[in-house]
Design a protein around this ligand. Structure first.
Ligand code: PHE
Length: 446
């Protein structure tokens, strides 16, 4: 039974796939947006601190639970603590996977369409005003973005159907290194633009007075979103791990890879924004409006633009497959459906849930949920509520229900030496619940 679930073919394959889950729109679209809106260097500093105090310890915990369970995330909690209600954390994760992928795929769809818009010259030599028009026309149209959303979901379903090492692992092995190289090339290009240095300074100098609780809440949400934590994506990947994997070491590697790509994406986008005299606060449209204008003013801009959006699509795809894998593996184990049936039906349901997000950029613009258009509401719901609450409950589960003996046993199998075992457990048991509760309560209450 356990054999037929599949396992990672190699340690490198696992690291690349998990890094592929972590690295996505969160790094390239969401991170620069957050940095731009929360004061540059100050945000980065808080972000770094939260990665080390919250992100890495939680990732270690999620991988350990996943490997102990060797089953979908709901089943894992049931297996570790039979007869208790902890499995609800797993259900929350399945729901979060649904919610996130529904709007994630809409945004990824825009990126897919931009590859073609660049290749066919529709975005050639535009100023920011005109590229704003192109973006506005795309996202406000009722049908076109839905087609791209559908294309993106179809690609995601396709990869998930091929199973764990034929699909996800192979795709990640090929796509991740290409992504990294493309980013370096683009960073060199934008950093050598006139005026880029001012942006670089703004990006890297922390302004401590800009830090308040909303910066901290924003950074926390960004850490969960970017590291794929709090909803069982990393846990699901952990369930395919072999016992000889050094989990703490893997978690550090994955987190550093994710952090480097985010910083690199900021290095591409923020200096470019300054070089062209735009405001970094422009928000989510930054990469879809300002970057095309930036590319438009470059030699070979069409090619660079097409490459950039290809890279964004690749990054989004390796994240989307991990989002889809959570509900799919649940359905496979629980309802005994075939992988093909599970991935197709769950994928179609997620596509349908994405429709209101897409329409909220156009004909449903005026309909608000808690004061936000539907897409923003889904993003808020996921990164400020579902993920941190999932992480909080997971930490409490490890610290107070699973316990140090069992958790640490899982982390030191087959002679793996975990030298920080004591501090890690103390952080998960005491610090994480306190810090997460504090940030959630003070950040969310008016
Ligand atoms: N980490 C992914 C990104 O940065 C998004 C994601 C969130 C994936 C949660 C899985 C789980 O784009």
């Amino acid at each position: 039974m356990e054999k037929s679930r599949g396992q990672w073919g190699s340690r490198l394959g696992f690291i690349l796939a998990a890094a592929g889950s972590a690295i996505g729109l969160g790094n390239i679209w969401r991170f620069p947006t957050q940095v731009g809106q929360s004061g540059g260097g100050a945000f980065i500093l808080v972000y770094l601190i939260i990665i080390f105090i919250v992100g890495i310890p939680l990732m270690i915990g999620e991988l350990a639970i996943g490997r102990r369970g060797k089953i979908n995330i709901v089943g894992a909690f049931k297996k570790i603590k039979p007869g208790s209600p902890w499995w609800i954390i797993g259900v929350l994760g399945v729901l979060a996977g649904f919610a996130i992928l529904s709007y994630y795929s809409v945004i990824a769809g825009w990126a897919v369409s931009y590859i073609f818009k660049f290749l066919t010259g529709q975005l050639a030599d535009l100023g920011a005003g005109e590229s704003g028009d192109v973006f506005g026309q795309l996202v406000s149209s009722p049908v076109e973005p839905l087609i791209w959303h559908g294309v993106f979901m179809a690609m995601t379903i396709g990869i998930v159907i091929f199973g764990i090492d034929k699909g996800i692992e192979r795709a990640s092995k090929i796509m991740m290194p290409i992504l990294f190289l493309l980013l370096i090339v683009l960073a060199v290009r934008t950093l050598t633009l006139d005026g880029a240095m001012e942006g670089l300074r703004w990006y890297l100098t922390p302004n401590f007075r800009a830090i308040d609780i909303s910066t901290v809440l924003g950074a926390l949400g960004q850490v969960f979103f970017s590291l794929s934590l709090g909803m069982g994506a990393i846990m699901t990947y952990g369930s395919y791990l072999t016992d000889d994997n050094d989990i703490p070491n893997s978690a550090v590697l994955i987190s550093i890879a994710d952090l480097s790509i985010a910083i690199l994406a900021g290095l591409i986008i923020i200096p470019a924004v300054f070089a062209f005299g735009f405001a970094p606060e422009a928000g989510p449209p930054l990469i879809f409006i300002i970057l095309p204008a930036v590319f438009g003013a470059m030699p070979l801009g069409n090619l660079v633009g097409a490459l950039f959006f290809l890279l964004l699509t690749i990054a989004a795809l390796t994240s989307a497959i991990s989002l889809l894998e959570v509900p799919v593996s649940y359905v496979i184990d629980e309802l005994k459906w075939s992988r093909k049936k599970a991935a197709t039906l769950v994928g179609v349901a997620i596509f349908l849930l994405g429709i209101p997000s897409s329409l909220s950029m156009g004909i449903w613009q005026e309909i608000f949920f808690f004061g936000m258009p539907f897409l923003d509401f889904m993003d808020f719901l996921s990164s400020y509520l579902l993920l941190p609450i999932g992480g909080l409950l997971t930490a409490i589960f490890i610290g107070w229900a699973w316990g140090s003996r069992e958790a640490l046993k899982e982390l030191s199998k087959e002679g793996v030496q975990f030298s920080l075992r004591g501090p890690w457990f103390a952080v998960v048991k005491y610090i994480l619940p306190i810090v997460l509760l504090y940030i959630l309560i003070t950040g969310l209450l008016p």
